[in-house]
Design a protein around this ligand. Sequence first.
Ligand SMILES: NC(=O)c1ccc[n+]([C@@H]2O[C@H](COP(=O)([O-])OP(=O)(O)OC[C@H]3O[C@@H](n4cnc5c(N)ncnc54)[C@H](O)[C@@H]3O)[C@@H](O)[C@H]2O)c1
Length: 331
Amino acid sequence: MRVLVTGGAGFIGANLCRALTAREEVEKVTVLDDLSTGNLANLDGVEVDFVKGSILEDDLLATLVADAGAVVHLAARPSVPRSLEDPLASHTVNATGTLNLLEACRATKPHVIVASSSSVYGDAQEPHKHEDLPLRPLSPYGASKVATEAYALAYGRSFSLPVLAFRFFNVYGPLQSADHAYAAVVPTFVSMALRGRPVPIYGDGNQARDFTYVGSVAEVLVEAINRMATNTKPVNLAFGTRVTLRHLKDVLSEVLGRPIEVTFLPPRIGDIRESQASPHLLRHLFPTVRPVQLDEGLRATVAWFEQAAVSRPSAHVDLPLPPTNKTFPHM
Ligand SMILES: NC(=O)c1ccc[n+]([C@@H]2O[C@H](COP(=O)([O-])OP(=O)(O)OC[C@H]3O[C@@H](n4cnc5c(N)ncnc54)[C@H](O)[C@@H]3O)[C@@H](O)[C@H]2O)c1
């Protein structure tokens, strides 16, 4: 099996490439990435064919897709705040880029897996986000991910393309760096805490997320490729855990064996209060996958940051935080 991973130099992509290259049935892994948010160092020691380029380049896509039996489409302009700054750029990469990829796939019809996001649910009030809920994205990023999954599923129906659209929730783990203004919460907490600095919390810290370890995500993706799994509706890729940011900080504090201070900041526009997956469809389709627990996943993440402090110091947060409201020690 030959697999093309778009966005394979990114956080999830590079973890997936590691999992794919460890499998005997995978003959070759090709990565297409423009390195806009990804990092070639993420693929150090991983045997992939790396192509630097964009999913917006039609000819390049056609050539790479023609050689692939499966395509995992992860390339995107990620993050809600980034999309608030430049909605058109998010649309171009996430919506138009996905359409380009699907067009390239029409000729040879590889198995296509696309990455959507829990942000498509927006402010849906139900505590468990199940796949049949109406979509109410709160941000241009969320809207662009609605387009990603809708185009993929429509190409499945219209052109008999074997497709699977996953809605990732808050994925965390090794290779997710905290070196930019849009860093996700887990790498930010780990990076700050490891250096004895207060962790930032936007809002009151009672907002909850369904944190999913990247190894569990990669396991599901590899199994989906192996079984050429398809589905006519999107599938949540999270296991239904509810973790508030305050609890995340407490578990991290236990893992590190020391207290962590918190800096509270004003809530951010587009931030969702509760984001917890209903995992029933995922468990039905992938009954053998057992998620890595939060403390175990945080241990692996901390270990990566400790090693990255030596080999890749830029993985850490190195930006001044916005003005603080208050600092609560040892919350
Ligand atoms: N990390 C999460 O918690 C999460 C949650 C929901 C959805 N997702 C989705 O999962 C996918 C992977 O996310 P990630 O966290 O690994 O982000 P990432 O930024 O680490 O990876 C995205 C990769 O896509 C590449 N890329 C961007 N634009 C490109 C283009 N035009 N052509 C080729 N490559 C391009 C980037 O360089 C990067 O390597 C994305 O589609 C993202 O929207 C992630």
